[in-house]
Every structure is written in C-alpha cells, then in structure tokens.
Design a protein around this ligand. Structure first.
Ligand SMILES: Cc1ncc(COP(=O)(O)O)c(C=O)c1O
Length: 397
C-alpha cells in the first residue's frame, strides 16, 4: 500500500488507474462517450446503481472520476467531481442544493457570472436571494431566514480580496440552520493554501480553469464535499439539470496540472508578495489590497486561515484618472491584458468593465468593488521582470 499522506504525494498519486498488462505511468485518455455492457442485466444493474461500473460519459468517465478523487483528497473531503466550467460547478451544485421557496444567503462580492446566476437566474425559479457582507457576522445573522438552505461565499473574494472567516460563518450557519449547506468557492486560495472543509464548510467549489489546471488552456470546474451530496450532484445536478460534463481530454489536462499544484501556487504566492510590497511602496499607487500585507484589514485572519501563503492575486488602484489608469494597463509589456487568473503568465484586467460588468454601479459600490480597481494575477515569471514592467509604466504617471 502506497503512503499517500502528504499533499504533494496526493496531488501526484491519488486516483491512479491500474491497467494490467500495459501499466502506463500517465493515465490514458478514455475518449469514449459510452461503455459496453456484457449483458442487458449488467446494463440494468449499473443504471440501478446495484453494480459499479461506467455507463455513459455524462454519468461518469475514468478521467473525471480520477480528478474528483484527487480534489477530494486535497480538500480533505469525502468525494469530488468535475464539471465543464467553474460556472458548471456553481450551477450544478446549487441546482442540487436548492428548490423553489428556499433562501440563498450569499456574500455580496462574487465572481460576476456567479452574481448574475444568483440575482438574475435563481430568482427566476423561485429561490429567494439575499446578498450581504459576510465579513460582518452580524449582517449574516440578521439575514438568516427559516428557509435559508445555502450560505455561499468566496474567500478571498473576486476581485476585491475581502476575507471571510470560514470557521465563524460555518459555525453560525450550522447552529442557526442545521440543514443548510455552507458552500465556499475556493478558487483563489486553492487547497494548498486553505481547506474550507476542515474549517466547517460542507462543499467546496472551484473554477478549475484557474490554479488547479494552471496553464491557461482548459475551462473546467470542480466540487468536493460529503459523498452522498456529491453523488446527488452527479446523478441529478450534472446528469439532469446542467449536463455540464467535462471532456476526458480536459480532465486529463487538469490531472496533469494538479501534479504541480503546490510548487506552482507557492511561487505565485512568493511572487505576489514581492509585487504587492513593490506596489505599496510606489507613489503612483493609491491603494493595494493583498491578504499578505499588514495593511489588509483582515491580515490576522489571513494568517490564521491561509496556510503556506496569501495567494497570487493583487488588487490595486492608481493615484490618477480612469483614462490614465487605462493607458497604464495598455502600455504594460510583460503583464498581459486578459481575464482569467492562476496561469503561468501575469494577467491584468479591469473588473468593473470586464469580469464584474454584470454588476450595476450601485451593486459594485455596495460590494466594495471600486470602479477604478485593477486586478493582477501574478504569474510564474521572474518577480523582478514583473516588477520592472509595472515600475516602468508607474514611473510615467
Ligand atoms: C471565483 C470564481 N468562481 C467561479 C468562476 C467561474 O469559472 P469558469 O470561468 O471556469 O466558468 C470564476 C471565473 O473567473 C471565478 O473567478
């Protein structure tokens, strides 16, 4: 029996598929839509879940099963699953957890399309949605209703890097609503830095497009939690409600990306800390938000909740006009203007007009997402080169 207790060992070895007689080191890509049954009885038994085995790739495929097991091991969850995008994961999990008449209580700073799905999507189907600031427990407590079934938040939040106390929110939620699920989008932190399930959350969601894959060449989503809930998400949320199935090749790429998750995220964190300190020291920068800086309002929580580092994302505002700020972004040479994050390349974007353009100006203000904020996803290049690119253009302001 292999010893797979360490994080790095898990990210490499968990879920290995043995193929006797061939024994490939890397998992082959099971590029098949369906699986053969030996007899009609075997097919019927598999559909009835009375016999294990694959049926049809929308219901399961060895490549997606493998990465689901891997994420579960990394998040200290019982089970995990993969979906065709981060939004596929959010919608699959919430279509499973909620029904008409239920109440969803969520933080007000969310990835733009999650915000849109909650406020324009779920509300059309009879789900009550309330957004409050989850960094203020009193606001959360006041917003709880008898029908609250899901507490949902990101930490750090996209794009303004607000930190939410996962342990405190989970405790409050479970005390007040024993049946409710606490669902945490752990995309920004990754399980290398933060494990929400250990802190009391029920379900973890990822845009695996980001750090889990890490190479900017896949759109994917994942979720992990209790085995019975993940099975319900697979056999109802994914199979019947969203159909957001991840292809075997994309699952293979995620599996490959996961093998280096810890060393990649550690370098993102190390680079981001250096870049954040540089930005904070530059007179053209009005404000830097990074959980690793002492100036972050919840730096103490960051130290407690985020292990191994503070992530690779920095949000900042310049001491200049919106137009000049746009010129600054346009003139960067190494930092690339693009949405997404967690890739090897350093990416910069303007949330108010890009990833968070689904928010109204009022909702942006309420969520503390400044119109002039810039979001930097610090990549894996040499930190000096990233800093020099930023410095050259900042000095011109
Ligand atoms: C925090 C967070 N959650 C979910 C998503 C959605 O993921 P995807 O783009 O893979 O659908 C994103 C995308 O940027 C995100 O940043």
């Amino acid at each position: 029996m292999k010893n797979t207790s360490g994080f790095a060992t898990k990210q490499i070895h968990i879920g290995k598929i043995d193929i006797p007689g061939i024994a490939p080191l890397a998992t082959p890509i099971f590029q098949t839509s369906t699986f053969e049954f030996e007899t009609t009885a075997q097919g019927a038994n598999r559909f009835a879940l009375e016999e294990p085995g694959y049926i049809y790739t929308r219901l399961g495929n060895p490549n997606t099963t493998k990465i689901g097991q891997k994420l579960a091991a990394l998040e200290n969850a019982e089970a995990g699953m993969a979906m065709a995008s981060g939004m596929g994961a959010v919608t699959t999990v919430l279509w499973t957890a909620l029904k008409a008449g239920d109440h969803l209580l969520a933080d007000d700073a969310l990835y733009g399309c999650t915000f849109s799905y909650f406020t324009h999507g779920l509300t059309r189907y009879g789900v009550d949605v309330t957004l409050v600031d989850f960094s203020d427990l009193e606001q959360v407590e006041k917003a709880i209703r008898p029908n609250t079934k899901v507490f949902y938040f990101e930490s750090p939040t996209n794009p303004n890097l607000k930190l939410i106390d996962i342990e405190a929110v989970s405790k409050l939620a479970h005390e007040r609503c024993p049946e409710a699920k606490v669902i945490v989008d752990n995309t920004f932190a990754t399980p290398y830095i933060q494990k929400p399930i250990d802190l009391g959350a029920d379900v973890v969601i990822h845009s695996a497009t980001k750090y889990l894959n890490g190479h900017g060449d896949v759109i994917a989503g994942m979720a992990a939690g209790k085995a019975d809930f993940i099975q319900e998400c697979t056999l109802f949320g994914l199979k019947d409600m969203t159909g957001a199935v991840l292809g075997p090749f994309e699952a293979y790429l995620i599996d490959r990306g996961l093998k280096t998750l810890d060393i990649r995220v550690q370098k993102h964190c190390d680079n981001a800390m250096k870049v954040a300190k540089f930005l904070e020291s530059h007179p053209a920068v009005a404000r830097v938000i990074y959980p690793g800086l002492e100036s972050h309002p919840r730096h103490e929580l960051a130290k407690r909740q985020m292990k191994n580092g503070f992530g690779g994302i920095i949000t900042f505002e310049l001491n200049t006009t919106r137009e000049r700020s746009a010129e600054f972004v346009n003139s960067l040479e190494l930092c690339t203007i693009a949405v997404s994050l967690g890739d090897a390349e350093t990416l910069i974007e303007h949330p108010a007009t890009m990833t968070h353009s689904t928010y109204t100006p009022e909702a942006l203000e309420e969520a503390g997402i400044g119109e002039s904020m810039l979001r930097l996803s610090v990549g894996l290049e040499d930190s000096e080169d990233i800093i020099n690119d930023l410095r050259t253009q900042l000095d011109r302001i």
